[in-house]
Design a binder for this molecule. Structure first.
Ligand SMILES: [Zn+2]
Length: 349
């Protein structure tokens, strides 16, 4: 129908690029190139993104795991600050495992925590080993903290380390430990008790102010996964239900049922145009197609077809797409099924 071409990003349904899909594509590419990278075995969703903690802390954990936090060892690896890359408390190499688990000062901070059972942080060889361990570190009831305290503890150790280096503010072990408990409790209290379930908004139905000359078009398609052939069927009526005409077509090389349904709509509209109908209410039992046509957000699979339909829409004075249940679309279904074994045939009125 002469609709404009468009660049399509295939990893998303809409065909539009998103940072998220780009990120996953890059990760997948890296996974296939470096299958033995241990980072690929790490469960990012479970251990980072689904952690019950504030989003900023999730990003912080992700940075630690990716080696993106500017710790001494990281800075040295990047060729920066060769003279001052060690732990300011004990002089050892500053890695994530050292700052959050192994430093003597850190172990004193751990000792101040109201843990339900004492934990020696040096038993974890690495940072990833700690956050992969379930269920994390839990506190005794009076603290009011029921979530894993470890992410908050790391956050407080990190901010205390920065205050010490950049602001010359020295927090004691007990101050850091109680700050972690307080922040975890505050965040926990601020969370809604139950997740909100938002009801799906019904698709707004445009009503024609004037129903005179309105033509109802029912369309349907049948599709064979074996032959990749589709039969399309449609029929027209006035608002009283009097039949005004019908048509059908057979299509080859159709890749999916959704595509078959979209072709049926396009053919039905082309037929409606030749019959000089101006106001159409088109009904289909394919919810995905109707949603796409109503929202103008088209799945990649039928992008071209839907743009054809959009271009055709402009030639009618009124066109509305609506969904009907399959059981109310049996006539169009029969025409489509009959068309599957026939060649193209638009029947005259
Ligand atoms: Zn240290």
């Amino acid at each position: 129908m002469g609709a404009a071409d468009k660049l399509i990003w295939t990893p998303t349904k809409s065909g539009d690029y998103s940072t998220k899909s780009g990120y996953y594509s890059a990760v997948e590419m890296d996974r296939s190139l470096n299958p033995i990278n241990p980072a690929h075995a790490f469960n990012w969703i479970k251990n980072v993104w689904a952690t019950k903690t504030a989003p900023k802390i999730q990003v912080f954990l992700w940075k630690v795991m990716q080696g993106a936090l500017p710790l001494g060892a990281t800075l040295q690896r990047r060729g920066l600050l060769a003279s001052s890359v060690v732990c300011t408390r004990c002089g050892e190499e500053e890695t994530a495992a050292h700052l959050f688990l192994h430093c003597q000062f850190t172990r004193r901070v751990w000792e101040t925590l109201p843990l339900s059972e004492p934990i020696d942080p040096s038993r974890f060889d690495s940072f990833s080993m700690e956050i992969s361990s379930t269920p994390g570190i839990s506190c005794l009831p009076p603290s009011g903290v029921t979530i894993d305290l470890f992410p908050w503890l790391c956050w407080c150790l990190w901010t205390a380390r920065n205050s010490r280096i950049f602001e010359n503010v020295n927090l004691s072990a007990i101050e850091i430990g109680s700050k972690a408990v307080r922040l975890a409790r505050e965040w926990q209290i601020a969370q809604p008790l139950k997740p909100e379930h938002r009801a799906l908004q019904p698709i707004s139905r445009r009503s024609a102010t004037n129903n005179v000359d309105m033509v109802i078009c029912h369309s349907d398609a049948s599709w064979s996964s074996h032959t990749k052939a589709a039969g399309c069927g449609w029929w027209f009526s006035d608002t009283a239900g009097t039949k005004l005409g019908q048509g059908s077509s057979t299509e080859q090389h159709v890749s999916s049922p959704l595509m078959a349904e979209a072709i049926a709509v396009r053919e039905a509209l082309l037929h409606a145009k030749t019959l000089q109908f101006a106001k159409i209410c088109l009904k289909s039992d394919n919810q995905v197609l109707i949603n796409a046509l109503s929202s103008k957000i088209h799945p990649v699979e039928i992008y071209g077809l839907n743009l054809d339909i959009e271009a055709l829409s402009a030639t009618f004075s009124f066109l509305h797409f609506s969904f009907i249940p399959r059981r109310l679309n049996s006539v169009a279904d029969l025409i489509a099924k009959f068309a599957t074994c026939n060649t193209y045939s638009v029947l005259p009125l």
